[in-house]
Design a protein around this ligand. Structure first.
Ligand SMILES: [Zn+2]
Length: 250
């Protein structure tokens, strides 16, 4: 499977990094985890075919993870083919609010092309390529109803990866499944916690390698990256800090 870290910044875009979105490609199908802006523009610049987007999984409803969805929706419905359908998994029941905002921008309501779902813990999606399971996190502790934030595991071709979404600063919502089951790859955010808080959990994680995304300001730039690699040196498996547009075979 090909994985592209389209956008790797934290809540703020910078000259080199845009908001969070990760693209998965397998057997001519596309899947997105989060679609922070400008996800649509980054997909277009990368030459991707919007008609092949089968599903979009949103870890939580913070703008930096879902702000690119209206642009993406516009492109998908504008060029939709009769055979095409995209499933959108939102971490909260926000489909009606989305259609109202899309309608304000004169985008028509195309439920024949888009189906919205609300993420629940457990298996949420399965097709001939991938199976996706949702694990609750607690990134928004003051939310009146929970869970409203999730990590996603993606199983494909006998392999499995986990994409964390945003976590708490005390790391108490780091998915316990990472200590219990084997993963070929962990994609972990690196904005909301300090290395010394996370390190005990990383040392126990059963992943063969790690890619860090959703990168905090402190790790941006050459000096920041050097500091990052120094700070996380004890991680016992290969790991790296992703940039916008990096492509990985996973
Ligand atoms: Zn975020």
């Amino acid at each position: 499977m090909k994985l592209t870290t389209l956008g790797t910044s934290n809540g703020d875009s910078t000259y080199n990094r845009f908001n969070s979105s990760t693209l998965l490609e397998l057997n001519d199908s596309l899947y997105l985890i989060d679609c922070g802006a400008p996800c649509e523009g980054l997909l277009r610049r990368a030459g991707k075919d919007f008609t092949k987007i089968r599903a979009i999984f949103i870890t939580h409803m913070d703008n930096d993870h879902v702000g690119g969805l209206t642009e993406l929706y516009k492109e998908i419905i504008k060029y939709a083919r009769y055979y095409q359908h995209t499933h959108i998994y939102l971490a909260e029941d926000a489909a009606e609010a989305f259609f109202v905002w899309a309608g304000a921008m004169r985008l028509s309501r195309r439920e024949d092309v888009f189906t919205f779902h609300v993420v629940k813990p457990g298996e949420i999606y399965k097709d001939e390529n991938i199976t996706v399971e949702a694990y609750p996190t607690d990134h928004i502790p003051y939310a009146p109803v929970k869970p409203v934030s999730f990590a996603f595991s993606v199983s494909y071709e006998g392999k499995r990866l986990l994409h964390t979404g945003d976590l708490r600063d005390d790391f108490t919502d780091y998915p316990a499944v990472l200590f219990e089951e084997h993963f070929d790859l962990l994609l972990c955010e690196c904005t909301h916690y300090k290395p010394e808080v996370a390190m005990p959990s990383f040392l126990k994680t059963k992943a063969d390698r790690m890619i860090f995304i959703h990168v905090a300001e402190r790790w941006h730039g050459t000096a920041g990256e050097m500091d990052f690699y120094q700070s996380y040196k004890p991680i016992p498996v290969p790991f790296l800090l992703a940039h916008d547009g990096d492509v990985f075979e996973v």
